[in-house]
Design a protein around this ligand. Structure first.
Ligand code: ADP
Length: 280
């Protein structure tokens, strides 16, 4: 592998014509071609999602108007059919929007806009604004407020997306009467945030894939399967790490770090994800 990694630095003509090295050049060409195809595939998919967005939004607008009776009275049968169509269109809208957001992060079109950021405030606001949802499911949220409140450099909109997504998942996969604990820890070099739920947990076999795009433990469940991959790209774009620990039937802890100094890296350039479990 060490010899192969030098190949790009050497002009092909300077390589000795042994069976082995020519094989290496072919291998290198294959990888380049593979990367180019992957880029083209991603470009095609994001163009497709982009072109789908407006028609989906337009049809949601029309369906909403028709359901409000703006095109005349509806029979019960027409109404219930149109409601089903509208529900499907809304799912498609979430999928298209999530995919576009994911593509922009992968292609580094969306880079963090750094500004002073208080994790304590962001968590406080996010938990406060979700109170009605937690109360409806009788889920208790315990926020271990840290003594200090270090101000870091981060993109407020992006990190709020991370917090909301992890909290929404914690609520979604926790039964009525369950508990969610939010624990920010001020460490010398970074801030660690841990969100623990007493929910369904995730089996060991799924843990290595949980941050992959479109991965859902139950393929029939609602959701695009893009939420955690977006979260991972955002954390990595800030130079942080994200990982999960889970025990089936007992709950999960999602943890992420954000560095205190500005060490942004391109998404995917850093081994930012650690998967581990405490059994299933
Ligand atoms: P989705 O938008 O479909 O929920 P995510 O990327 O947010 O997709 O999550 C991927 C999968 O990870 C989900 O389908 C779910 O099975 C699992 N998952 C995420 N968070 C939790 C959690 N807190 N507890 C149990 N399973 C979870």
């Amino acid at each position: 592998m060490a010899a192969l990694s030098l190949l790009p630095a050497l002009p092909a003509a300077s390589l000795p014509r042994t069976e082995h090295s020519w094989g290496g050049v072919e291998f290198f060409k294959d990888i380049t071609l593979q990367k180019q195809r992957e880029r083209e595939r991603r470009h095609f998919l994001s163009m497709l999602a982009h072109d789908m967005k407006n028609p989906v939004l337009t049809s949601i607008g029309f369906l909403t108007r028709i359901l409000k009776g703006k095109a005349g009275p509806l029979t019960d049968a027409q109404r219930s059919t149109l409601e089903l169509v509208l529900e499907d269109q809304r799912k498609l809208e979430v999928l298209v929007k999530d995919f576009l957001e994911y593509s922009r992060l992968v292609n580094q079109e969306d880079k963090p806009v750094l500004a002073p950021f208080s994790m304590k405030d962001a968590l406080d606001k996010s938990i406060g604004s979700g109170k009605a949802k937690y109360d409806e499911k009788a889920v208790q949220v315990a926020f271990d407020k840290p003594a200090g409140d270090p101000i870091i450099q981060a993109d407020t909109i992006m990190i709020n997306r991370v917090i909301t997504n992890l909290l929404d998942n914690a609520l979604k996969y926790t039964n009525r009467g369950g508990k969610i604990t939010v624990n920010p820890v001020d460490r010398p070099d970074d801030i660690l945030v841990q969100i623990t739920d007493s929910g369904a947990g995730i089996a060991n076999e799924h843990l290595p894939h949980i941050f992959d795009a479109f991965y859902r433990v139950n393929p029939k469940s609602d959701g695009s399967g893009l939420g955690l991959s977006i979260v991972k790209k955002i954390v990595e774009a800030h130079g942080g790490k994200i990982w999960v620990e889970s025990k089936l039937g007992e709950g999960s802890t999602f943890s992420f770090t954000l560095p205190k100094q500005d060490v942004r890296v391109a998404p995917g350039e850093r081994a930012g994800t650690v998967h581990c479990s405490t059994g299933s």
